[in-house]
Design a protein around this ligand. Structure first.
Ligand code: SAH
Ligand code: SF4
Length: 349
């Protein structure tokens, strides 16, 4: 008796192979992909385009896995946070951010994160485990199903985890998003803390989605203190890689800069930032620090944030202040942490 195959764990090529091995024509494989990735079915039985005999036949030896919704919270600003449990009981969070004409889903690429950035709640929990490609994609499928007939229009890989530290699974997930779910590459953004070699490998391996780089400081001294990855790939190396990064016409790299009171928010920092980014087609997103109980860091005053922004915009760079949404439900940038882990830690005292 062959093992029970999770059809969602298969790549597109593997689904074709799976169908061929069962003597099914290629259009059946395409139908299966369509129902899994665009019609968001949770079981073979829901594929009504297949005869009962075909569904039952497939159910002998294969199935469709699903994330389980463990919690759903809505912020007063309309942002929603979803807590999903995975097949092994680990949890991840996804955040849905409605905005005028778009519905952006912020998804996780890992449970926890090993990068240890000092300002980030996810970082404080360490890495629990990498997500499989289907667990990354299934966050989108599950949310699409929960909000039907609405549909997610934009994806940001800015939830829990460092996407490039889970390279192969994230690349496969990007192919499925853009190839099987019909999400435009221009509407997908991958955010990295700056794993330079993987960043440089990305263009050859993955669809050309948007790239965001979390810079967060303008000197190696400060960046290494708040982002340990900088000790391996310091600012110059990171920005050299950004300069070499192949960009399609009219595309730009986004630099994220979390403004932390008294750490990286001076006028000198703003001027240095302008100098550092000179010559890179880019835009800057300033994210005022979102407080949480594990950081001991502060959000700068509004005045400081605006002064920082003005210095950058005065030098003709595009700069936005990204007020993170969903803070009242801990859904904002850097505030995500799966629930079970927390319980376990409390259990351990
Ligand atoms: N690991 C990736 C993507 C997830 S973090 C990365 O670091 O880029 C997404 C964004 O949230 C990053 O730009 C990060 O700098 C920012 N962030 C983390 N903690 C934050 C906090 N407490 N307040 C505001 N932004 C935060
Ligand atoms: Fe990981 Fe990004 Fe948080 Fe750093 S900011 S700990 S890389 S999730």
């Amino acid at each position: 008796m062959p093992a029970n195959i999770d059809l969602k764990s298969l790549s597109k090529a593997d689904v074709y192979r799976f169908a061929a091995e069962r003597g099914l024509p290629k259009y059946r494989a395409n139908q299966l992909l369509h129902w899994m990735y665009e019609r968001n079915v949770r079981s073979l039985q829901e594929i009504t385009e297949f005869s009962k005999a075909l569904r039952n036949g497939l159910a002998e030896g294969s199935y469709i896995s699903n994330l389980e919704l463990a919690d759903r919270q809505r912020s007063k600003d309309g942002t929603e946070k979803f807590l999903f449990s995975l097949e092994d009981g680990q949890t991840v969070e996804s955040v849905l951010i409605p905005d005028k004409d778009r519905l952006t889903l912020c998804i996780s690429s890992q449970a926890g994160c090993a990068m240890g950035c000092g300002f980030c709640l996810t970082g404080s929990m360490g890495l629990v485990r990498n997500l499989k490609a289907h667990e990354i994609i299934d966050q989108i499928i599950s949310v699409n199903r929960l909000i039907a007939p609405g549909r997610v229009t934009n994806i940001v890989l800015m939830g829990m985890g460092e996407p490039l530290a889970n390279f192969d699974e994230v690349v496969e997930a990007l192919w499925r998003m853009t190839g099987l779910m019909g999400i435009s590459k221009r509407r997908v953004t991958l955010s990295t803390s700056g794993l330079v070699p993987k960043m440089l490998e990305l263009p050859a391996k993955a669809p050309d989605v948007n790239l965001a780089v979390s810079l967060n400081a303008t000197t190696d001294e400060v960046r290494s203190r708040i982002m340990p990855v900088n000790r391996t790939y310091p600012i110059k190396e990171l920005l050299d890689a950004c300069r070499r990064y192949p960009l399609k016409p009219r595309r730009r790299i986004t630099f994220e800069y979390v403004l932390i009171g008294g750490v990286n928010d001076t006028r000198t920092d703003a001027k240095r930032l302008v100098k550092l980014l000179k010559g890179i087609p880019c835009k800057v997103n300033l994210i005022p620090f979102n407080p949480h109980d594990r950081s001991g860091m502060q959000r700068p005053s509004e005045e400081t944030v605006l002064a920082f922004q003005k210095i950058i915009s005065d030098s003709n760079m595009t700069v936005l202040i990204r007020e993170s949404r969903g803070q009242d439900i801990l859904a904002a940038c850097g505030q995500l942490r799966g629930k079970q882990k927390q319980k376990k830690m409390e259990g351990r005292g």
